[in-house]
Design a protein around this ligand. Structure first.
Ligand SMILES: Cc1cc2nc3c(=O)[nH]c(=O)nc-3n(C[C@H](O)[C@H](O)[C@H](O)COP(=O)(O)OP(=O)(O)OC[C@H]3O[C@@H](n4cnc5c(N)ncnc54)[C@H](O)[C@@H]3O)c2cc1C
Length: 419
């Protein structure tokens, strides 16, 4: 594998493409650009690709039609979602799509392996610190040296320095997740292996808590919120499993506990194309605000970005206009309305009270809605499903009542949908 960790204090390294961030977006993009007669350099702040893992790894099966994912990186398939509301039990929803649970560390490394085998050079343990546009290059300063790139791709996550250089700073929530194995006598920890759980509660309505069976006896349990994430995580675990994870570990109910966390950008993707610069993935806020999921959207974006970069080299046109036309516009066409809908749902749920959850749960438990959920619900592109259930009289009146209850809710939701 071509990796380079040497210190270069001298002249800038001339290269065609510099990708800042060697995680899923950066590595997938690199795998599509390397071997195309371009010198591709990936700069990754961590020494080891894939770590720390900050993802629950559940992705709609659409991903299998976008990325070529080896079978051994698919740890599980999910066929049912149990949606819990505080103190009200759960409703069960059959998921026709059968989302996959991926080995996220393996996936990041898989695309790194492909990119490196095709000639991309990896600079691990090196952090990009400054971006400086020049007439025919972008200078990227790192903790080890400087690169003069004809194209720069910012795949450096929610706190992207490349995005910041373009004046973009994302709002975000923080996730905390535990990964562990349930033992044979794990009691409440031995969950249904084909069933994921979503836990809603008005006290953590920035997102929800999740329990994801990740193949074998492995579980990923987490929550994301704006504040008090550790406390909320503790509450979720105690409520769901009856005791803290540390205690369960001591009692031999679970083993191999590791904790991870990370930030999830929240908002709408802003401009992801500049002169000689593209942003992909969390760096471009290509994330579904109602679920925190980013993998399908960034995979779609990375494919479009790769095509736009290859087109730029073929035509020697590295302008913002070219990247807008060949990357941003097609991405927005494909995903922006859905991302707006996700954000509108996220903002609406933030105003939910106990009563709203109860009402929504009783509506969602109706056979007609459950049928619609099983038939048309889509984790990524929810517009069709939302329009269909709005046609249900009970739903329609409940949504109208909710939105009109407080003019701020209506203003916020409409503000997003009409943006
Ligand atoms: C707790 C949690 C659970 C999640 N669960 C799911 C899920 O189940 N399904 C789903 O689809 N999505 C999920 N997501 C979202 C998903 O993980 C992200 O959308 C995805 O990882 C974004 O990939 P990325 O490559 O754009 O950014 P990141 O994965 O954030 O990678 C950015 C990379 O850039 C590097 N970097 C940052 N700054 C610099 C710098 N200055 N110089 C060099 N390198 C730098 C970082 O080290 C990192 O490797 C979850 C996120 C969190 C936090």
């Amino acid at each position: 594998m071509a990796t380079d960790t040497t210190n270069r204090a001298g002249a800038p390294v001339e290269c065609d493409v510099v990708i800042v961030g060697g995680s899923i977006a950066g590595n997938y993009l690199a795998s599509m650009l390397a071997g195309r007669n371009l010198s591709v350099h990936v700069i990754e702040a961590h020494e080891t690709v894939g770590l720390p893992m900050k993802c629950a790894g559940i992705v709609s099966s659409k991903i299998l039609g976008i990325m070529d994912i080896p079978k051994d990186l698919i740890l599980n398939r999910i066929s049912e979602a149990r949606v819990f509301s505080k103190g009200k039990g759960f409703i069960s929803v059959r998921i026709k799509d059968r989302p996959v649970v991926v080995d996220r560390i393996g996936l990041d490394r898989h695309f790194m392996g492909i990119a490196a085998a095709r000639g991309a050079t990896y600079h691990l343990g090196e952090r990009a610190t400054g971006i400086e546009p020049r007439a025919d290059r972008v200078l990227v300063t790192t903790t080890r040296g400087t690169y003069a790139a004809r194209v720069l791709a910012g795949c450096d996550g929610a706190h992207s320095v490349v995005a910041r250089h373009s004046g973009i700073v994302h709002d975000f929530i923080t996730g905390k997740q535990a990964i562990f194995q349930a033992s044979a006598r794990g009691g409440a920890f031995n969950v249904n292996r084909s069933c994921c759980e979503l836990h809603f509660d008005p006290s953590w309505n920035d997102l929800f808590g999740w329990v994801i069976p990740a193949g074998g006896a492995a579980l990923r349990v987490g929550i994301a919120a704006r504040t008090h994430v550790a406390d909320l995580f503790g509450t979720l675990v105690r409520r769901r499993f009856g005791c803290p994870l540390e205690e369960a570990d001591c009692r031999g109910l679970i083993g191999g506990v590791t904790f991870t966390g990370g930030t999830i950008p929240v908002g709408l993707p802003t401009g992801c194309a500049r002169d000689r610069v593209v942003l992909v993935g969390d760096a471009a806020c290509q994330v579904k605000a109602s679920t925190g999921g980013g993998i399908v959207m960034l995979a779609i974006a990375a494919k479009l970005a790769a095509a736009a970069i290859l087109h730029a080299f073929a035509t020697c046109d590295f302008s913002r206009r070219s990247f807008t036309r060949h990357y941003q516009v097609p991405f927005f066409k494909r995903a922006r309305s859905s991302l707006k809908m996700h954000l509108a749902v996220h903002v609406a749920v933030k105003h939910f009270t106990d009563n709203d959850f109860s009402r929504l749960f009783s509506l969602a438990g109706r056979p007609s809605i459950k049928r619609e959920l099983a038939r048309t619900a889509d984790m990524d592109f929810p517009i069709r499903f939302i329009l269909r259930i709005l046609g249900e009289p009970g739903f329609y009146w409940w949504v109208a009542g909710f939105l009109l209850r407080d003019h701020r809710i209506l203003r916020e939701v409409l503000g997003i949908l009409l943006r």
